[in-house]
Design a protein around this ligand. Structure first.
Ligand SMILES: [Fe+2]
Length: 196
């Protein structure tokens, strides 16, 4: 069954400092493109003769499948990460334990975003069931997150996410993003996966 686009999770009018055009274009071009790419890869995998396909083809398709699956998922969480709101007590309590508090978490997450400025990739706040803790991860592509960890909040650091509004000023984009955190959405994800 083909993957389908999810509706845009945020209300662009409620996001301060990032234009509606940039958000909608990001959703319609990049997110929708990832869904289409994933379906194209899945179609190729469905046609593959696994007994005869060269390792190069299998490895290439499976890597592209993972990149596209993660791109779809991370974008869906990214749009749901926009729209300022408060964290639940459960999320705050875990941030206290795992980062030394929400302010310390925020400083670390923003620094990781800025460290990817001029490059590309994702910064992710995730819940790792394996370790029973929150973790901030970053990578320069869509394939670098902790295995089994569930993204709660994501920051897209690909240039397409900020160039229209901020040009090369990735640091400014990160600061604006951090002022729009939908921590209530992240709290709901944490409650769903960890019961916190
Ligand atoms: Fe993106």
């Amino acid at each position: 069954m083909p993957y389908e686009q999810k509706p845009l999770a945020c209300n662009p009018a409620a996001v301060t400092g990032i234009s509606k055009n940039a958000i909608v274009s990001h959703y319609e071009s990049n997110y929708a493109g990832a869904v289409m790419r994933l379906n194209a890869i899945e179609a190729q995998l469905a046609e593959l003769d696994w007994t005869k396909a060269p390792a190069l083809v299998i490895n290439g398709l499976k890597r592209e499948q993972m990149m596209a699956m993660n791109s779809v998922l991370l974008h869906e969480v990214f749009f749901d990460s926009l729209g300022a709101s408060k964290a639940s007590r459960g999320l705050v309590a875990r941030m206290d334990v795992d980062f030394g508090g929400p302010a310390a978490w925020k400083a670390q997450f923003a620094a990781m975003g800025k460290a990817l400025g001029g490059s590309s990739g994702w910064v992710v706040l995730a819940w790792s069931p394996h370790d029973g803790k929150l973790v901030n991860t970053s990578s320069t592509d869509c394939a670098g997150n902790v295995a089994g960890a569930v993204p709660l909040l994501t920051l897209d650091m690909y240039e397409h996410s900020y160039h229209a509004d901020f040009g090369a000023k990735a640091d400014l984009y990160v600061d604006v993003f951090m002022n729009n955190l939908n921590l209530f959405a992240a709290s709901k994800r944490l409650a769903a996966v960890a019961g916190l």
